[in-house]
Design a protein around this ligand. Structure first.
Ligand SMILES: C[S@@+](CC[C@H](N)C(=O)[O-])C[C@H]1O[C@@H](n2cnc3c(N)ncnc32)[C@H](O)[C@@H]1O
Length: 306
């Protein structure tokens, strides 16, 4: 389910995303009886799946990784790299494994789709995640984009209930200003970096905070970033703290950056969407009823900068 696209990848390209996942989702993976992570659309070579396994195992030693790729020749090419805890499967957004995964990572996959296809792809993938219960928030979908060598990265994290956060991550030494990251916004936001859209206002405010923090540059780009994010957090719902900021990251609540017109509809079924189909587990109702965010004609309540 989906479309074959260019297979461009690079070793170590997704290190920032891998480390963030290990830090914020490692405890959930450790708690699971049989933690399974999916590297969806790993590309022409299986490097990112191999690296995801290694990095996640530092946080959750029992985790297994399944690389899923829609181009069959790329699956065949990856097979020799299978090892303890790592297998490769042919498939797409249906995620063809029997379990509900605790993590789906899709990096540089939706970037090559149309903006109008994002919501249905998210919906399909979120419906495959391990469900929440009284002990866990459920699985995590991490979907985003980076440059060729992973110096600039932006991703959205979603739970079974829908989008939660947007994370910006960068190699600080290579940064002129925070809005440099605009070119790596995920598909859902890349066309929205225009006046009147929340992500444009956010990057504008971030650049201003960065400029105001210029005196801290003499202590290094990291100190300047931390100062700028601290100022930004006075007006925007930043969800993380200095430990992550030191890594050149900042995470913001999705609702603050969601495109204008994006709203939470009443619960709806994935059946009937463009990406609908029988679930890979063979259980018709496996995907279940799900309530996710979708573009809507009228803008709903979105937290705004005062
Ligand atoms: C640009 S590569 C990204 C490789 C790797 N994730 C990275 O970031 O370096 C995108 C890959 O996603 C695959 N792809 C596109 N749509 C897919 C889908 N629905 N399911 C699985 N793979 C998909 C393409 O065939 C391609 O190999």
């Amino acid at each position: 389910m989906g479309t074959v696209t260019r297979g461009t990848t690079n070793p170590n390209r997704l290190r920032r995303m891998d480390r963030w996942i290990a830090a914020v989702h490692g405890a959930e993976l450790r708690r699971a009886d049989d933690p399974v992570a999916v590297d969806l659309g790993y590309g022409a070579a299986p490097w990112t799946a191999v690296e995801l396994l290694h990095r996640l195992r530092t946080a959750a030693p029992r985790v297994r990784v399944v690389g899923v790729e829609i181009e069959p020749a790329r699956v065949a090419a990856a097979k020799p790299y299978e090892r303890d805890g790592l297998v490769f499967r042919h498939g797409g957004f249906e995620v063809p494994i029997p379990q509900r995964p605790h993590l789906i990572r899709a990096a540089n996959v939706l970037r090559q789709y149309d903006e109008t296809e994002v919501a249905a792809a998210w919906e399909r993938l979120c419906a495959r995640l391990a469900p929440a219960d009284e002990h866990t928030r459920g699985g995590l979908l991490v979907e985003g984009t980076c440059d060729e060598i992973g110096r600039r990265h932006v991703w959205v994290a979603l739970g079974p209930e829908g989008p939660r956060t947007v994370t910006f991550a960068t190699r600080l030494a290579s940064l002129d200003r925070p809005s440099d990251l605009a070119e790596r916004l995920p598909k859902v936001l890349i066309h929205r970096n225009v006046p009147g859209e929340p992500v444009h206002a956010f990057l504008r405010d971030f650049d201003r905070a960065w400029a105001a923090a210029a005196p801290y540059a003499s202590y290094g780009a990291r100190q300047r970033w931390i100062r700028a994010v601290r100022d930004l957090a006075a007006h925007w719902p930043v969800t993380d703290g200095p430990t992550r900021w030191r890594q050149g990251e900042v995470t913001v609540r999705w609702e603050a950056l969601a495109p204008r017109g994006w709203t939470v509809p009443p619960a709806r079924s994935v059946k009937g969407t463009a990406l609908a189909g029988r679930s890979p587990s063979g259980q018709e109702g496996d995907a279940g009823e799900t309530s996710l965010c979708r573009p809507a004609p009228e803008r709903d309540k979105i937290p705004r900068r005062p």
